[in-house]
Design a protein around this ligand. Structure first.
Ligand SMILES: CC(C)(COP(=O)(O)OP(=O)(O)OC[C@H]1O[C@@H](n2cnc3c(N)ncnc32)[C@H](O)[C@@H]1OP(=O)(O)O)[C@@H](O)C(=O)NCCC(=O)NCCS
Length: 166
């Protein structure tokens, strides 16, 4: 049985920090340019709280009899950078992670339901999330939850010869 609630206590934030490190290390498997989790987690979570205050954000934790096993951050009112988008604001899931031992038991789906409810209550018509192209399990997870690819970012490595010398 999983309970979803807003993160509150210092103990919640200790668990979130550990999960944030795990999420970063998971991301580094797709993109080794990302910095190690232990070195970035405190600054990252400070920035996340600042964004929550600015953009009507919430951090939800998932709790089972094993304690906190996952968290999600949703920002409900992020100003759109692109005037051409046709949206003044959008809602985004910026972090979602479930601990290894609690996966495939509906915890991610329950966290996502809380994000959707928060975004809808804030007046949003859509919810967005960015996923690494190589993160096949997360792509399946979001598509199973009704998300569809909206925009695809391509990149290619540039030959060293084209870059300015340091
Ligand atoms: C993605 C993640 C949050 C899913 O959480 P979860 O609690 O395991 O997901 P659920 O149990 O609610 O799964 C719901 C559906 O998603 C799909 N799914 C979940 N994990 C999957 C996996 N590893 N492979 C393929 N499909 C998967 C399944 O269709 C599943 O439905 P089913 O159980 O009926 O088959 C979790 O795997 C995770 O933390 N991954 C590492 C971090 C990450 O990638 N976060 C997303 C960054 S954008």
């Amino acid at each position: 049985m999983v309970k979803i609630r807003v993160a509150e206590t210092a103990s919640d934030w200790r668990e979130i920090r550990g999960l944030c490190v795990a999420l970063q290390e998971h991301g580094r498997a797709s993109d080794p340019r990302m910095p190690p989790g232990e070195g970035m987690a405190d600054a990252y979570l400070g920035d996340l709280l600042r964004k929550c205050a600015l953009y009507d954000g919430k951090v939800f934790v998932a709790e089972t009899s094993d304690g906190v096993v996952g968290y999600l951050c949703v920002l409900a009112k992020v100003p759109c950078a692109e005037p051409a988008d046709g949206l003044a604001e959008q809602s985004e899931v910026v972090d979602l992670v479930v601990s290894d031992r609690a996966r495939s038991a509906g915890v991610g789906t329950a966290l996502l339901a809380s994000a959707q409810a928060h975004a809808a209550a804030a007046g949003s018509s859509h919810l967005r999330v960015t996923v690494f192209a190589r993160n096949a399990s997360a792509k399946t997870f979001y598509e199973k939850s009704g998300f569809e690819p909206h925009e695809i970012v391509y990149e290619k490595p540039l030959p060293a010869a084209f870059r300015p010398r340091q």
